[in-house]
Design a protein around this ligand. Structure first.
Ligand code: BTN
Length: 278
């Protein structure tokens, strides 16, 4: 097992040779990273409170850039909107620290690109089809298998750093999911994951993340849009203004969810969340 302590792992060590349909090229990712003027480093640890917490501290105390921390469990995993994120060792939890120096309007794209990377990694390593529930959840068969939490600092009207946190339920947790999420959560495998799957999946996701962020295509929402499971559905928008029923009709080029209210007016959601019944 690779998940035994803090080690810096070149991606190729835990990636099956020829696993990627188009060939796996670590050199290419390094080249992307260099082109974008950032580093490329991965650490794998057994446990921490929250990989986002660790990287947020590193963001202000170091100049690390292009640094990915992967943990097998978290003792205080955090979700969006101040919620906790159930993080037992049946899942994998990772955070990527980057210093994009991009305009604040592009911040939402870090979340959308991460969601696309997770879907691609799932489909490269399993026979499953993954969809995205705007804005930050990945679903399989109507249940959530992954959550994403991006946290950023804006300085001088630029994104000084972003921590992209991703938690994926790989296998069914031994004691089951907690009652409050049991009807909504699922894992990639109903029982245990196959031997070596954590490594294979982590490497696939690391690859897809680095590729998306550093090849410059992270602001392109076409794939995100085509994977959206909400379009055409009746949903409830949950924003600071309260809850409002509406129908999801599209995702615009800024990744806002376009909704239509019962009175025929349109809204563009770029914060908050939505709920949907299956
Ligand atoms: C959500 O579903 O609300 C977002 C969940 C994000 C969880 C990930 S796991 C890795 C990183 N560390 C955390 O504490 N949270 C994110």
């Amino acid at each position: 097992m690779l998940f035994t302590g803090a080690v810096c792992v070149p991606l190729s060590i835990f990636y099956e040779v020829n696993f990627m349909p188009n060939g796996f090229d670590e050199q290419k990712i390094r080249a992307y990273a260099e082109k974008f003027g950032c580093g490329y480093e991965i650490d794998v640890i057994a446990e921490t409170d929250s990989t986002n917490n660790v990287l947020k501290k590193l963001a202000v105390t170091t100049d690390k850039d292009g640094y990915l921390l992967i943990a097998r469990r978290q003792t205080a995993g955090r979700g969006r909107l101040g919620r906790s994120f159930f993080s037992p060792d049946s899942g994998v939890y990772m955070s990527l620290l980057i210093r994009p120096n991009t305009p604040p309007e592009q911040t939402l794209f870090f979340t959308t690109a991460a969601a696309v990377a997770v879907c691609r990694a799932i489909e490269r390593t399993t026979k499953l089809t993954a969809q995205i529930k705007w804005v930050n959840d990945v679903y399989i068969g109507g249940k959530k298998v992954c959550g994403i939490l991006c946290e950023s600092a804006i300085e001088h009207d630029k994104t000084a750093w972003t921590v992209v946190g991703i938690g994926v339920n790989l296998a069914h947790p031994k004691g089951g999911f907690p009652p409050e999420i049991a009807d909504k959560a699922a894992a990639l495998f109903e029982g245990e994951a196959p031997e070596g799957f954590e490594e294979k999946f982590s490497a696939a996701l690391a690859y897809e993340l680095f590729r998306l962020y550093f090849d410059g295509s992270f602001t392109d929402v076409n794939e995100y849009r085509s994977r959206s499971m909400l379009i055409g559905r009746e949903i409830t928008a949950v924003t600071a203004a309260g809850e409002r029923p509406c129908r999801a009709i599209g995702i615009d080029s800024a990744a806002a969810l376009i909704v239509e209210y019962p009175d025929g007016t349109r809204g563009y959601l770029n914060s908050g969340e939505v709920s949907v019944r299956f």
